[in-house]
Ligand binder design. Structure first.
Ligand SMILES: C[S@@+](CC[C@H](N)C(=O)[O-])C[C@H]1O[C@@H](n2cnc3c(N)ncnc32)[C@H](O)[C@@H]1O
Length: 189
């Protein structure tokens, strides 16, 4: 009885700490105009996997620019056979990402960083994947030489012309008052 009570209290404490930290990170993101962690929908992930396997199966590395808990990064690693770098700036989200990526047995590397700072000094990747929103996506233009292919979810990169736009079907992401239907924008650079 006492052990169960201890376990219950500890679980409750962990849950409360998690929710508080999550709210702090969320508020920080909103305040700084950065998209907070929202996992990509299953149909978007399937479309990314399909796109990579259909057109870029021969490529080796991918980078999820803003990986959240890494669902998309691990999906690409598992289903496309790529080595994936998962970049995440929020500390608690990055810590959870690191723990979950342990189950990828080294195929997904966690990097706690500002993705744009990291990209400045990195050698580059074959494929970049970004689910970052309209307020941030334009910044990817500056890093186009770091990728052979860039895939953005739901929002295009202003000033670049996609080689393909894939309509993923139902669903959307809301940024402010505007709804962006689920689509992939594929750029060959
Ligand atoms: C919408 S979530 C996408 C998560 C994941 N890519 C997916 O598809 O499930 C965006 C994530 O990008 C992170 N992020 C936003 N700007 C970033 C930056 N400059 N550097 C690193 N991470 C960033 C946020 O903290 C958030 O976790």
């Amino acid at each position: 009885m006492t052990v169960s009570l201890y376990l219950f209290v500890i679980s409750l404490f962990v849950l409360v700490v998690y929710l508080v930290l999550k709210s702090v990170e969320y508020s920080f993101c909103v305040f700084h105009g950065q998209i907070p962690f929202v996992p990509s929908a299953g149909r978007l992930r399937r479309a990314v996997v399909n796109e990579i396997n259909s057109h870029y199966a021969y490529m080796q590395t991918a980078c999820d620019i803003g990986a959240g808990y890494g669902g998309l990064a691990r999906c690409v690693s598992r289903k496309c056979g790529k080595r994936v770098w998962a970049l995440e700036s929020m500390p608690m989200t990055a810590a959870i990402l690191w723990v979950l990526n342990l189950f990828s047995f080294g195929r997904v590397k966690t990097v706690w960083c500002d993705a744009f700072e990291y990209l400045k000094t990195s050698d580059g990747f074959d494929i970049g994947i970004a689910y970052l929103g309209p307020g941030v996506n334009w910044r990817l233009r500056e890093y186009s030489e770091k990728f052979r292919v860039l895939i953005t979810l739901d929002v295009p990169i202003d000033g670049l012309h996609p080689v393909r736009t894939i309509d993923v079907g139902r669903g959307f992401t809301r940024y402010g008052r505007k709804k962006f239907p689920h689509r992939l924008f594929v750029y060959e650079l």
